[in-house]
Write a protein that binds this ligand. Structure first.
Ligand SMILES: [Zn+2]
Length: 402
């Protein structure tokens, strides 16, 4: 995530530059200037798109990693399930061993009692025999230091006395059983302890596996969300720049048409007109057009200038106001007509308000009204007409404007 901030900064810088280009005043721009701005915007859009490629690559690799982790997690889950089953089996074995140990202990208690009985019976027998003899057999036997030593001494005694063989064997067997049981119990106890240790170890491993898998999935999820957020932001910026590009393209088209027409007319301006609005953006040109309300094709007798509502409209040249009328006016709405010494007449229609009166003299550039949408109009714009000396409408864009 260390490269995240630089990308954000770069994108922000690109967006700011794009907005500045987009905000450049339109009225002063020639087509070559607009083309430059357009090139710059396209370059910036390219930068954003390449950054988006980078972000997408990271998203892809994260998703790939996450898919791998999801696979690992699935394997871990399976391992965890098996480990849980193994733990259950171990616990069952431990319980069985516990029961076995308890029963062994009971057997051992019985065997010890039996051994003691046998020993007493045997001792009584030895004492009875000793009474009819002058040898201290009991002392010999009681001096035994261990079981094997005792067996050796018994052999010695047997050599010298007629001994009850069966009694002796029973005593030996009882002792042997005690020893066997003790050994068996020891084995089971050791196994049981090992199994308990094993259970604890496996349980700890299982918990560690679960924790690792969960932590990894969470971290990856967070990273992915951040990149997806960045991607959405970049896409939004790209859309903004694209909108600016579309705007610029329209602007370029308008400027090129204006320049083309100026060139065709030999850049002539016999009336000495200036453009009557702050913007040269044209919505509708002179000539045939489909009427936006009626849908009928008519000859458009002027140009529709895409000016903001309330922006100033000034006289294209000095002259005399011959009409300044509010109302429908045949679809013109609030309209001003100015007759110029050159013989041309200019008309400014759909005004929101009028700033002059009929009969008044106006200077070139003097405000005659404000842009609106009165009369037969679907939106704020200035309908600008130029009539020649004979009252015939001519294309306003046939003149060159300074
Ligand atoms: Zn119009």
């Amino acid at each position: 995530m260390t490269e995240r901030k630089p990308i954000h900064k770069l994108l922000a810088a690109i967006l700011l530059a794009a907005l500045l280009v987009g905000a450049a005043p339109a009225y002063a721009s020639t087509s070559s200037e607009i083309q430059e701005e357009l090139d710059e915007l396209n370059g910036q859009r390219g930068d954003i798109l390449s950054e988006m490629d980078d972000i997408q690559a990271r998203i892809d690799s994260l998703e790939y990693a996450q898919a791998g982790t999801a696979g690992k997690k699935q394997m871990l889950d399976e391992k965890i399930l098996l480990a849980g089953q193994e733990l259950d089996v171990l616990a069952e074995q431990i319980a069985i061993e516990d029961g076995y140990l308890a029963s062994l202990q009971e057997d051992l208690d019985d065997a010890r009692r039996e051994e003691e009985d046998q020993r007493q019976r045997w001792l009584e027998r030895v004492r009875a025999m000793e009474e009819s003899s002058d040898v201290g057999y009991i002392q010999v036997l009681f001096a035994a230091t261990s079981f094997s030593d005792l067996l050796t001494r018994l052999d010695l005694v047997n050599e010298v006395m007629a001994y009850d063989e069966q009694l002796e064997q029973e005593y030996i067997a009882a002792r042997q059983r005690v020893q066997d049981l003790e050994a068996q119990a020891e084995i089971v106890r050791t196994e049981n302890e090992q199994r308990r240790a094993q259970w604890k170890e496996k349980q700890a491993q299982l918990e560690a596996d679960v924790a690792v898998a969960n932590a990894l999935m969470e971290t990856l999820g967070e990273d992915l969300e951040e990149y997806q957020q960045m991607m959405a932001e970049a896409a939004a910026w790209e859309a903004q720049v694209e909108a600016l590009i579309a705007e610029k393209k329209q602007e370029l088209l308008d400027a090129q048409l204006l320049e083309q027409m100026s060139n065709q007319s030999g850049a002539s301006n016999p009336a000495g007109f200036i453009w009557p609005s702050y913007t040269k953006q044209i919505n509708s040109y002179f000539g045939n057009r489909k009427h936006p309300i009626s849908g009928i094709w008519t000859g458009h007798k002027g140009v529709d200038i895409n000016a903001n509502y309330g922006s100033a409209v000034w006289s294209a040249a000095s002259g005399t106001v011959i009409m300044a009328s509010t109302g429908w006016n045949g679809g013109f709405g609030n309209v001003v007509m100015v007759m110029h010494p050159s013989g041309y007449t200019t008309i400014y229609a759909h005004l929101s308000s009028i700033a002059v009166v009929s009969g008044q003299s106006v200077a070139q550039g003097q405000v005659v009204g404000y842009v609106g949408s009165t009369g037969n109009s679907t939106g704020s714009h200035l309908h600008f007409e130029v009539h020649d000396f004979y009252g015939t409408p001519v294309d306003p864009l046939a003149f060159s404007y300074p």
